[in-house]
Design a protein around this ligand. Sequence first.
Ligand code: 1HN
Length: 347
Amino acid sequence: MEELATLADLPTRYLGELEKSNLVPLWPSLRNVLPPHQPMPQTVTTTWYFKDIKPLLLEAGELTPIEKAERRVLVLANPGHGLENMKASSVIYLGMQLLLPKEWAPSHRHTPNAVRLIVEGEGAYTTVDGQKCMMEHGDLILTPSGLWHEHGHDGDDPVIWLDVLDLPLMYYMEASYVEGGDLQNVNSAGHAHYYGKGIAATPYFIRENSAYPMMRYAWKDTQKVLHDLAQDSQYQGPIQVSYINPETGKDCQNIIGYSALMVRPNETVKLPSRSVAQVFHIIDGQINIKIDDQNFQLNKADTSCAACFSHIDLINTSDHACYIFIADEAPLQRKLGVYSVRERHAF
Ligand code: 1HN
């Protein structure tokens, strides 16, 4: 492709006149906004270690009362986007949230979709749209766009969870806002018991929020499916399952996709190179993650993010299985018709 002229090739007088009329020449920027062959992501490979986060989050618990925080969160910010912009990728926001015993994070609802992946602690719950969802290690709890949600804690120890939201996208679209609300009336427990493998409650009556029948995906159920898949000698692919809407079989949320992957002892999983940024969070176990030319040793509760088209290997040299929670931008990109997967070539 031809190298194009730059701003410096234009007379200052001409540039001044353009500016006065709110005009900009395209050609000096064309190769930036439309780079050849693949995007030039601002997202850089980043790892956040739980051993660094936890003491700072607990200190936030001492420094800032919950009433003064509403949500007590340290944001996992990607330096490639500028820390103050609070993005893990252009679409994905990540934060680690702390709730102390007896604390309450009041009810609100907002346009960004959120999920929580529970990291540690017992006795906390989230009430989503009147459904009380207990939070246990490894559980995934949805708080979809527009649904009321609040957090409470009846246990004795601090509870910490990972929040994943499509906030950067919503904010970019100028579609992000919140409404505050009153304490919710609890009317059921996450609906999880209405669903099994291939089975869903028969919908005689249309629910008010029919798009989201299931709010809580218990880790013990997910882990069992991973183990069942690993037992199937006919099955060749990586031991990975997607969190889906049990009534439609489609992604559980509209924008970010969620899955769980088991890397067996002494197994290496080479992921395909895909057009989406991805987040890896260790539910349990240890893994060496190789993202392009960088290597990280991840332990339980550590989190990494990788830009689009990264080459990612997950190498388990331990004699225990490693369980990884993955968030990616695939549902959004599929809907927009820009999702792709490429053959990996040697680096
Ligand atoms: C939010 O509503 C929660 O409800 C957590 O726990 C993190 C980050 C940005 C915007 C809304 C929550 C959030 C958030």
